[in-house]
Design a binder for this molecule. Structure first.
Ligand code: AMP
Ligand code: FE
Ligand code: FE
Ligand code: ZN
Length: 283
């Protein structure tokens, strides 16, 4: 069984439509995929219908924009009841803040001599209900200011760059509880990527686990090197956390994150499904 539990579609910042994504997963020989768009469940129903047609399984997932202090942390929620009101209210709050920051980023880019409009960014976001910096990057590419998303992030829109504007993010422990209340299982995405290793320490994880009953951590991810993967796996084993592996595929939006480049073992996948069943969630 080939299981890739973290993929993005054009419903957030991936570039494949939901149907393209599911067909590609099937053609790449994946048996189970987790659709984890940023802060929205919009693509799930369509993905499940497309998966039924080709004979693979789609797990309902989400990647929630969280924070620990000032550090951005992503939380994967699997098997949540998509109609849970508290979770949906929080996701709506994040999406609203995602949208509100865009005109401010456009103004900063315009001041930097790269005039770009809110409308241009929305055109790049197309049908996406969850608008993000990658769409700002796409608008910059379309206007000819940068060659690709990476260049936009490297030089203009990362947290330490001039055109950056922060947005609201849910406190990590609160988001874990929301996932649990919706019947799901909570897994910290790429816990040591992009400087988060300074925050997601062994001590912090132990405390968080005590506080929230966190279910797992994503260990096999392209932004973790081999040493980090080994250390994270040992840490997870010592704390009794489930370990997952996934591509974090974004279509053309992110290089070196090809579908199926990391996978989750059947054992860990089964443990995750057991947690969801025990909490009354829906996979
Ligand atoms: P946002 O949540 O809108 O602030 O944007 C963060 C998203 O941008 C992340 O979820 C990544 O998918 C994406 N991202 C971050 N760095 C890069 C990069 N260097 N190239 C492409 N996408 C990136
Ligand atoms: Fe993303
Ligand atoms: Fe992420
Ligand atoms: Zn992701």
């Amino acid at each position: 069984m080939r299981i890739d539990l973290h993929l993005h579609s054009a419903v957030s910042d991936g570039t494949d439509s939901v149907e393209q994504l599911v067909r590609k997963a099937h053609s790449q020989g994946l048996d189970v995929i987790g659709l984890c768009d940023h802060d929205t469940f919009d693509g799930i129903e369509q993905a499940k219908a497309a998966a039924d047609k080709v004979g693979i399984e789609v797990i309902c997932g989400i990647e929630i924009s969280c924070a620990v202090g000032d550090t951005s942390i992503h939380l994967l929620g699997y098997g949540c009841d998509r109609s849970n009101q508290k979770l949906n209210a929080e996701l709506a709050h994040i999406r609203e803040s995602r949208l509100n920051r865009i005109p401010k980023m456009c103004a900063k880019l315009t001041d930097l001599g790269m005039p770009i409009t809110f409308a241009e960014v929305l055109a790049q976001a197309d049908q996406a209900g969850s608008v993000g910096r990658p769409h700002v990057a796409d608008a910059l590419v379309a206007a000819g200011y940068v060659a690709n998303r990476k260049e936009a992030f490297d030089n203009l829109i990362s947290a330490d760059n001039l055109a950056y504007v922060p947005r609201y993010a849910t406190e990590l422990a609160v988001a874990i509880d929301l996932v649990h209340q919706a019947g799901g299982a909570a897994v910290i995405a790429h816990p040591w990527a992009r400087g988060a290793d300074q925050v997601i320490t062994a001590e912090y994880l132990a405390t968080l686990l005590h506080q929230t009953q966190l279910d797992g951590i994503e260990v096999d991810h392209q932004e973790h090197n081999e040493i980090q993967r080994t250390q994270l796996r040992e840490l997870a084993n010592s704390l009794g956390l489930i370990t997952t592996g996934a591509s974090d595929y974004h279509g053309l939006g992110k290089t070196d994150h090809e579908m199926g480049c990391n996978t989750t073992s059947l054992t860990d996948y089964s443990k995750l499904m057991e947690r969801i069943t025990a909490r009354g969630g829906v996979s």
